[in-house]
Design a binder for this molecule. Structure first.
Ligand SMILES: [Zn+2]
Length: 87
């Protein structure tokens, strides 16, 4: 999977090297990948102001979500709360 991230760029990081990512907590709980249990992620933002999301009554969600992409397996975790980076 070493080439998985080479096709994408996250948060302006240059393509090529795989990002190591950071560790995050949400609601004071350390975030772990639900798939591979890895705990390093790259944070991103996704807009929710689509017709579909409005239909789902997510207008209250400030129209953006945080995404944490597992740097080991590529699973994307979605949060409406802002993840906090862990030291
Ligand atoms: Zn993972």
């Amino acid at each position: 999977m070493s080439n998985f991230f080479s096709a994408f760029s996250f948060n302006g990081q240059s393509m090529g090297d795989s990002p190591e990512g950071e560790r995050y907590t949400v609601a004071d709980i350390p975030v772990k990948c639900a798939h591979c249990k890895h705990d390093h992620f790259v944070e991103g933002r996704a807009q929710l102001n689509t017709a579909g999301m409005t239909f789902l009554n997510l207008d209250w969600a400030n129209r953006s979500a945080a995404t944490l992409t597992c740097t080991a397996c590529g699973r994307i975790e979605w949060f409406l709360a802002d993840p906090e980076e862990r030291a």
